[in-house]
Design a protein around this ligand. Sequence first.
Ligand SMILES: CC(C)(COP(=O)(O)OP(=O)(O)OC[C@H]1O[C@@H](n2cnc3c(N)ncnc32)[C@H](O)[C@@H]1OP(=O)(O)O)[C@@H](O)C(=O)NCCC(=O)NCCS
Length: 399
Amino acid sequence: MRTAQVWHENWINKDNFSRALPPATNFPARLSRGSRRKTPDGRSPGSTNQPGHLMARASAYKGDLVNHATSVPTSARILGIGGALPERIVDNHYFEKIVDTSDEWIRERSGIIERRFAAEGQLNSDLSADAGRKALADAGLQPEDIDLIILATCTPDRPIPSCAVVVQDKLGAKNAAAFDLNAACSGFIYGMITATAMIRSMQAKYILLIGTELLTRVTDMTDRATCVLFGDGSGAVVLGPSYDSRGILGHYMGADGSLRDLITIPCGGTELPPTPERLAEHLHYVHMRGNETYKHAVTRLADSCVRALAAANLHSDDIDLVIPHQANTRILQSVAKRLGISYDEKFFINLPHIGNTSAASIPIAINEARETKRLLPGMTMLLVAFGGGLTFGGAVVRY
Ligand SMILES: CC(C)(COP(=O)(O)OP(=O)(O)OC[C@H]1O[C@@H](n2cnc3c(N)ncnc32)[C@H](O)[C@@H]1OP(=O)(O)O)[C@@H](O)C(=O)NCCC(=O)NCCS
């Protein structure tokens, strides 16, 4: 424990990050140690485990609230995983025909070899519902069991309504509340932290968290700096209460809005509503200052890893698998080096055949890691992301 703390502090000091480390939020360890003072009726002081709260949350927990003192979850854990990718595979040679680029440049500079493009008429909500259905089946749950759908995306079907409500309808998850969460590429991490808070406070029992994007619909296919990078897809997890050592053990999330122009779609919101002139200037597509973004990505990804590890009271040696947002293999190699974690042995990389799918990249990778048996029950994962906003964050998760 001490070694881990020293390592975290040294790391932060070395890189001169001004913000202090977060207090350790090792939920399972803290609660399972039994060191916290209990009230005479068995409740933890300051917890939300009050009769009034329980009444308000009764619908989520249905008839389960028999023993209030022991039913407070220590964390949220992954109960089911699913993924959905469009069928069409587009390799780098496709772009050689439409912009001034080459397969070699794309491979060398980004690590990408191919990506998926959604079919015409295929919607974000279609892919999301597909991934969600698979995650539910994997968890052994019915759509009606879900209390909340959090859909992390920056490419919803429409600005209004949320894409999450469309997915709720497509799944028949009639008991679920639903909302979209836009934190760009960090959306899945932000969603996981939000879902964990909801589950720990017993506001919800089962949450379907989907990371999903149709980036090719907002990509300028005449801009070689961006069109070669992005792909489409969805990944989903069902999260539910944990009462043992599995679950989200520690996390960190942050943002730096002063750098919002590094990755942006300038037009289409209320700042610059679409006009024929703006559309002609391609302002409704993703604009990215790749090189500047790159520099921030390495620092913020590494920093988020350390902060999430610190929150979980774990050392990088305790991590079995790192599943990062898949943006660029060179970025991820630099992050691995900074952290002293073996890139070849511990980083799960599917960027070469998936491309950058923003909020979908981590859950797609989790699904693939599980399918290929790189992720096994009991393993401790470090999830980390960085993206438009800027936003960044990490989570340590025992599967
Ligand atoms: C986008 C990215 C791959 C570009 O790689 P890079 O090495 O930084 O390349 P640069 O942007 O510095 O451009 C170098 C040159 O390649 C050119 N170039 C850009 N895209 C090209 C392409 N597809 N094919 C050929 N040349 C290209 C540029 O025009 C530039 O040419 P110049 O030197 O004549 O001006 C890289 O910057 C990156 O991955 N950035 C971070 C992305 C990210 O993490 N995003 C956040 C999450 S979404």
